[in-house]
Design a protein around this ligand. Structure first.
Ligand SMILES: Cc1cc2nc3c(=O)[nH]c(=O)nc-3n(C[C@H](O)[C@H](O)[C@H](O)COP(=O)(O)O)c2cc1C
Length: 148
């Protein structure tokens, strides 16, 4: 395929893109206190100014308990959403489209975050094995009692 094809506009139903270049989500850890600011807006704007038609944002965390990396942006709360609003405006101003990647780190989330601040994740991961061992020991005891 001719590389020029990538720079031709593309339409999918109501989505109109100025090129076929789509940017994959890449975590940057550049949002101090989890608020995406001017640095983030300029970063995405520069991509939109340079042929990227559609940007899938870095993972944007949907809940305080969902963080796994420092300085990853929130996608909740007034300040963070205001930050995203500015980013969207900057990207649209440069002729690009932008879509958030929503992120919750699940079992790899940071420790000491709400809602279970003191919970050790390793304990959680070991839970099924521990349960199995307990059941085994209990059944052995029962067997010994019944055959005594
Ligand atoms: C620095 C860096 C940060 C990344 N952050 C994310 C992310 O936030 N979310 C995600 O889904 N993938 C993330 N990725 C994975 C890239 O999106 C992925 O590498 C890209 O889609 C290309 O796919 P490939 O690595 O299989 O070729 C990251 C990759 C790199 C190199």
């Amino acid at each position: 395929m001719n590389a020029d094809e990538l720079l031709k506009p593309f339409t999918l139903k109501t989505l109109q893109l100025k090129s076929r270049v789509v940017m994959a989500p890449m975590t940057r850890n550049r949002s101090p206190k989890n608020i995406p600011g001017a640095e983030v807006a300029n970063y995405y704007k520069r991509r939109a100014e340079n042929h990227v038609a559609l940007i899938i944002t870095e993972g944007a965390v949907v809940d305080a308990a969902g963080h796994a990396y420092p300085d990853a942006p929130n996608f909740f709360g007034e300040k963070a959403l205001k930050g995203w609003e500015r980013i969207v405006e900057a990207v649209h101003g440069a002729g690009g489209k932008i879509f958030p990647q929503l992120w919750h780190a699940g079992s790899t989330r940071q420790r000491s975050t709400a809602p279970f601040r003191n919970l050790r994740l390793t304990v959680l991961r070991q839970l099924p094995i521990r349960l199995l061992k307990t059941v085994k020991i209990l059944s052995k005891c029962l067997w010994m009692i019944s055959t005594a």
